[in-house]
Ligand binder design. Sequence first.
Ligand code: ZN
Length: 447
Amino acid sequence: MRVLAVGLALLLALPLAAQEQPPSVVRDLAGKVESAHLSRTVVRLASFGTRHTLSDPLAEHRGIGAARRWLAGEFQAIARQSGSRLVAFEDTFQAGPDPLLPRRVELANLGALLPGVDPSRAREALVVAAHYDSRAQDPLDATSDAPGAVDNASGVALVLEMATVMAAERPAVGIYFVATAAGEQGNLGSVRLAGRLKAEGIEVLAMVAADCVGNTALPGGTKANEGMRLFSPGLPAQETEGERRVRELLGSENDGPSRALARYIKRMGEHYVEGFEAMVMLRRDRVGFTGEHLVFDQQGWPAVRVTEAADNFDRLRRNVHSETGRAFGDTPAFFDAGYCAKITRMLVTSFRHLAFAPPPPQNVGLGGCGSPDARLFWTLPDDPRVTGVVLYHRRADMVQWQQTRAFPKSESQVIPGVGTDSDVFAVATLDAQGDESLPVSPRSVAF
Ligand SMILES: [Zn+2]
């Protein structure tokens, strides 16, 4: 009888890794992403000439004001579409003066919220954001052309397309789709967004900053179009002394919540986007950069930056010009829409699973130290949709999870023959549709 019950539960709750086909509803959603939509957004945003934060806010066809008004109209339009559940918003605020913004200006974050349907989780949300401003070589040059096709009209196009294809979904938790202001002037829009969410009592389960997601051409004619990079802090910015001590006991410095999110996007997204690799970089950001995801990390929330596999430095932060037949500048001619669509599908599918998944397990701990068999234990959330759990482990010298095993509802499992010292572990909850929560690493050790 017991064997039968276990078998039935496994049948109902197979995790993605064990399924021959990932859920068709998620596959269908990925299929709705259209390269043509991405191209249209990038070409339109580039057509404003410059979107520098200090450019003309009032001109009809050029500058940040015209771009902002067009983008606000786009979010309103997708919220009005038949069947859409999106609520468009525009959050205006004042910023400056500071070294990167020498005078006081009005800024605006633009976006749409897809409300969650689980009343007990009304304060939980996912966030995908991309800055919509641009810059030329000089960070304070507000008049030169700065079309910003890849940096970062591509990211905004991804955010708009995600909102478009997910507009009618009914996730457990909310999803914010946001085009942020002044990314090039110190991430002022993300600071505002994170601060507002915190003040409103929203718990951000996951944040993804899409920044430069459209270049595949490298100088010399080589292509980098078979993957994307995920940058994430290995450890959260906020860590108590007690958490630090446990982390040192466990040796889990490569398994903070943001790194878990990066692995989640890789694991889920790669099921749906064939031949495309998400590279989980063991690095918090591009060298010398402070991306918008780090603003959310500062608030204690899991956050990653998604970016193209390789940047082209003839494009980024270069004035538009040519030298002996070589073109410089970030113009739409170099935007690869098919590639950007693949990154968009990676995020649509991983967000779809995460926003529908039950809450993660709590009080996760590791036991079995000094024995050949590791033991994990945890507390399940009080959510009727939990049908099982998924245990993950990998050798401690590996980046990505190597083993995933599904179990029926339980609050501890022994992993026979896998010791605590050579492997790293995590556990997630699972529902009947194959939606998994973010995996949680052990935060205590039992001897
Ligand atoms: Zn950027």
